[in-house]
Design a binder for this molecule. Structure first.
Ligand SMILES: Cc1ncc(C[n+]2csc(CCOP(=O)(O)OP(=O)(O)O)c2C)c(N)n1
Ligand SMILES: [Mg+2]
Length: 977
């Protein structure tokens, strides 16, 4: 019988002890006969006996169904008899002292009773060590469950796996000296000592989850950091006082605001004031790590406090906003004080400057996450920070929203992707254990609010917010982890919410017991002060002085804010935005032309690849055709015009970044901007190889996400006025998964926050019989949210129009989000082509006027936008109609009546104008056109609409029905002609 057979019998024995019925009859008889009253000596004897007399028919060492698995041991029914042997699920090599025992490799004596006893003794010691190893491992895996995390004591979990008795370790064993190299920095201690160290490390105020990380080096690094220090920092006198001062900043600010602005909404931080020293310490660490800039994203909770105490926004500005003295300036615009952004410089204790930018934030929780990350990435790109260590993101979350909002998963998923990597975000959860009135047990199915973060290979540190020194340790390990591994890290700050959700809210309606508990608690400032006084680090008088000084300062800021002449600090755009502007669209046109010869060369060069590059054969033809386009032997198609726009912008110094699902090839196999060698799999990007003077070209396939990715690109665009930042939806229909980013940021940021963006959204759109979800980019929704020149909504119908539109977006200094309804079938439509000269000359036209039928001869004018133009044109050509003019509206917004009227000159009064659209009446542009121009049109002409009947879904799922409907539209458009 070998050692593994013994292990097997051990396992069976454990199983038998838990449930005698779970082992076979023969093994049960055997255990009953020999081991029922087991203890060490009995075991020793019994093992010798076991070797001699295993029951007939039992296949020792096999993996029979009675073999217990890891889970069955862990889920065991509580402590077992102290001496019971156990086959450990822990590694059978490594720290186990077996190799030295001799018995396992056959060198020990196995014959004769004395030799047997000795061997058994060694075996037994080895097995104890195995169990200790297992116990140590369980502490690393589950210690957090019994850690003292929750100031209110509500988070209660048991972990029987942490009981030594589960591993057959008796009280006697606790006193034995052990080889416990399994625990960092400990050798030759007793189990008792080891247990104390384990509990200190993993079960005090810090609960660390890190054993889900697959990479052993990372786990070892974390273990070392925590176990060698028992998860505590030795804090200097100065740091302790600094922590106290930051707590005083936090709590005195809250108390002051509550006293002065009774009942006003502040979303107080009280109960979680440790956030302020936490951020303070994180910034200190960031300074040590040579971080130059921090981009912060956070929601309402504690935001005013962070503004005052971290961003150092002068309190007078915050107080001024409570008074709301100039409502007339904010009619229809602006935002509430707890959503505003701010930026400032932070100076660390060592004198390092860090620029902090707190992002403007809508009420919609968690959506700011990827916006902040996008900004961080762009700032890194500007600095040439290829290691992504000079700029980092801090994201502060609520417990309910982190667990509940799906965009959190999208956020985390971006963190390790080439297109979105920012070198590691610090996530902090203000875990006040409630979301408005909803408790964790109603709000999440997971143990922790942070469990979604376990999808990443990163540690999650839960920490009791009432233990600021534990928080200091966690910040130190977390920030060093990020520095070392360039990955995200999560700190779950366990706290509570001293008041209601906001200051007008009564939390005792719904959380009476929790609030009875909260009411009894002294603030963390007072608790920490008491501790420091006990340690003799600070006197009551000194503490009093710190508090008095802060209150006085706030008092003087308060007085200043009441001065009628006071004007608050409204920050203007950052320095790199000085040449750019928002507001109404400029009336002057933009020169988007480009030298024809150069254009031709650039277009040709994007068809070339390095010698020997083995391109897919099927791409040869499209590239050959493009070469002919460059030579003006054929007109350009859509994708070539796009490549031309990109190339010309980049050689003029404008960087381009584009992401979206499958954008490298293009959803419709039209772009092929990244070529793959069929021999080596290597890729080649012609647009990134135009010449050494070109600006950066980045084109990334995104994960299957809309909200997260669009948020990221929007964030990127906030810091990149000089470039083209493009997000393409797979089909236009899917942007509604990112509705929040469009509504809350893209469409309204300038109005609310005076922040500009030149982001481009490419939304494939077109009714082509592909069913309800592949036809409509929901033009009507963009038009409904279009106001005050907030966005541009464009539907170009020729490659040249697309080319000029993209170039205009960067060349003019007016920065405005651009929504392009891009085509699908037009990508290859024989009529949707443009000669090279239309790109090298001309410019973008808001309305394309009929070049064949002149208005004075028109009996009817068809107004339309997008692909339906070509359907109408074909129908007109087929039926040889000569008296119906067709105008295409290429830019739906901004568009004034004057601009439209200018294209109608010559149209006789009373002429019929039909707005023709493929969309059902309740969708598309009809409602917008009618509302905006209907009265003017109707006063002079006969104005009506041709469209599909109103419908709940955009289109039919039947190709046959689609064709019938399309034919009816054409009939109606030309009826009576
Ligand atoms: C997307 C979204 N849904 C709902 C709300 C309304 N709301 C505001 S705060 C809040 C509770 C947030 O709880 P938590 O994330 O724990 O933050 P806390 O307020 O407790 O700090 C809710 C539901 C919101 N702001 N955003
Ligand atoms: Mg909460």
């Amino acid at each position: 019988m070998n050692s593994y057979s013994l292990d097997y019998i051990d396992d069976l024995y454990v199983q038998y002890l838990r449930d005698p019925a779970s082992v076979s009859d023969s093994w049960r008889d055997y255990f009953e006969q020999f081991l029922v009253a087991s203890n060490h000596s009995v075991l020793s004897k019994s093992k010798a006996s076991l070797r001699a007399k295993s029951p007939a028919g039992a296949t020792v060492g096999s993996t029979s169904s009675s073999e217990p698995n890891d889970a069955s041991i862990r889920n065991g029914a509580g402590p077992r008899s102290g001496a019971g042997p156990r086959s450990s699920a822990s590694p059978r090599s490594g720290a186990s002292p077996r190799s030295g025992a001799g018995s396992r490799n056959g060198t020990g004596s196995r014959s004769g009773s004395t030799g047997d006893e000795l061997t058994d003794q060694a075996l037994w010691m080895s097995r104890i060590q195995d169990r200790v190893n297992q116990l140590v491992r369980e502490y690393r895996v589950r210690g957090h469950l019994v850690a003292q995390l929750d100031p209110l004591g509500m988070f209660k979990h048991e972990s029987p796996e942490l009981s030594p008795t589960l591993y057959g370790l008796s009280d006697q064993d606790l006193q034995r000296p052990l080889n416990s190299s399994a625990l960092e920095n400990v050798t030759g201690s007793t189990l008792n000592v080891i247990l104390t160290k384990l509990q200190n490390t993993y079960c005090r105020s810090i609960g660390a989850q890190f054993m889900h990380i697959d990479n052993r080096n990372i786990r070892d690094w974390l273990q070392r950091r925590m176990e060698t220090t028992e998860n505590r920092l030795e804090l200097s006198h100065q740091v302790q006082r600094r922590i106290y001062a930051r707590l005083a900043d936090a709590s005195i600010f809250e108390e002051f605001v509550r006293r002065k602005f009774v009942g006003a909404k502040t979303f107080s931080l009280e109960g979680a004031e440790t956030l302020i020293p936490l951020l303070d310490l994180a910034l200190e660490k960031a300074g040590q790590h040579q971080v130059q800039e921090v981009v912060m994203g956070m929601a309402h909770r504690g935001r005013l406090n962070v503004m005052a105490n971290i961003l150092k926004k002068r309190a007078m500005n915050i107080f001024w906003s409570f008074n709301d003295p100039t409502p007339e300036l904010n009619r229809g615009g602006g935002d509430v004080r707890y959503h505003l952004g701010y930026s400032s410089d932070w100076e660390t204790a060592a004198g390092k400057k860090i620029h902090i930018s707190l992002c403007f934030n809508p009420s919609h929780l968690e959506y700011v996450n990827t916006v902040a990350m996008g900004r961080c990435r762009c700032k890194q790109d500007h600095r040439g920070d290829t290691k992504r260590q000079e700029v980092m993101t801090f994201l502060i979350h609520g417990d309910a929203s982190f667990a509940g909002e799906g965009v959190v998963q999208e956020t985390l998923n971006l963190s390790e992707l080439d297109a979105y990597r920012t070198g590691g975000t610090l996530h902090v959860i203000i875990n006040n254990q409630v979301g408005f009135t909803t408790e964790p047990k109603q709000g999440r199915s997971s143990t922790y609010a942070t469990d979604i973060a376990k999808m990443l290979q990163i540690p999650i540190f839960h920490v009791n917010g009432e233990d600021p020194e534990a928080v200091a340790q966690v910040v130190s390990v977390a920030m060093d982890f990020r520095k070392e591994f360039h990955r995200d890290v999560v700190i779950d700050l366990y706290a509570y919410r001293r008041w209601g959700h906001n200051e007008g809210d009564e939390p005792r309606f719904t959380q009476p017991r929790m609030y009875a508990n909260i009411d009894r608690r002294a603030s963390v400032r007072i608790q920490y002060l008491n501790r420091l006084m006990e340690l003799g680090e600070i006197t009551a008088e000194e503490a009093e002085e710190i508090a008095r000084e802060r209150t006085e300062k706030l008092e003087s800021e308060f007085e200043a804010s009441k001065n009628v002449a006071f004007l608050p600090d409204t920050q203007t755009l950052a320095a790199n935005w000085t040449q750019y502007y928002g507001g109404p669209e400029p009336t002057e046109s933009t020169d988007t032309t480009f030298d024809k010869e150069h254009l031709s060369k650039l277009l040709d060069s994007v068809t070339r690849m390095p010698d020997g590059f083995a391109m897919n054969k099927k791409l040869k033809r499209p590239l050959a055709l493009r070469r002919e386009m460059a030579e003006e032997k054929r007109p350009l198609d859509w994708a070539s015009a796009e490549a031309a726009a990109f190339a010309t912008l980049m050689v003029q110094g404008h960087p381009i970044r584009m992401t979206g699902q499958d954008v490298q090839r293009g959803t419709f196999s039209q772009r092929h901007a990244v070529l793959h060698s069929v021999k080596t799999g290597e890729t080649y990007i012609p647009l990134a190889n135009l010449g050494k003077d070109q600006a950066r070209f980045e084109l990334y396939n995104s994960p299957l996400s809309e909200a997260g990715v669009l948020g990221f690109e929007y964030g990127y665009s906030l810091d990149q006025p000089n470039g083209l930042c493009v997000w393409e939806a797979q089909f236009g229909d899917f942007w509604n998964c990112a509705q929040v980013i469009v509504d809350q940021f893209i469409a309204s940021a300038e109005d609310k926050w005076n922040r500009l963006s030149g982001l481009v959204m490419l939304l494939p759109h077109g009714f082509e019989g592909q069913g309800p979800e592949h036809c409509s980019a929901r033009l009507e929704r963009f038009l409904a949210m279009a106001a005050e020149h907030n966005i541009q909504v464009v539907q170009p119908t020729t490659p040249a129009q697309y080319f000029h539109c993209l170039r205009r977006q960067v060349i003019r200094k007016w920065r405005k989000p651009l929504v392009i309804l891009s085509p699908k079938s037009l990508l290859r439509h024989p009529l949707a082509v443009s000669p090279l000269v239309d790109l090298s000359s001309g410019g973008f036209e808001k309305i394309l006027v009929d070049s064949e039928v002149k208005l004075p001869e028109a009996k009817r004018l068809l107004l339309c936008t997008g692909k339906i133009y070509y359907d109408l044109l074909e129908r007109r050509n087929e039926s040889e109609v000569r008296n119906v003019a067709i105008h295409r509206i290429e830019q739906l917004y901004p568009l004034s009546y004057d601009e439209v009227a200018a294209t109608m000159e010559g149209l006789r009064d009373g002429t019929e104008i039909f707005w023709v659209q493929d969309e059902p009446t309740n969708m598309g542009a009809w409602s917008y056109i009618k509302l905006k121009f209907g009265d003017d049109f109707s006063s002079k002409y006969s104005f009506s609409c041709v469209s599909r009947d109103e419908s709940a879904s955009p289109s039919t799922g039947s190709m046959g029905a689609h064709k019938m409907e399309q034919a009816e539209l054409m009939e109606a458009a030309f009826a009576g002609i």
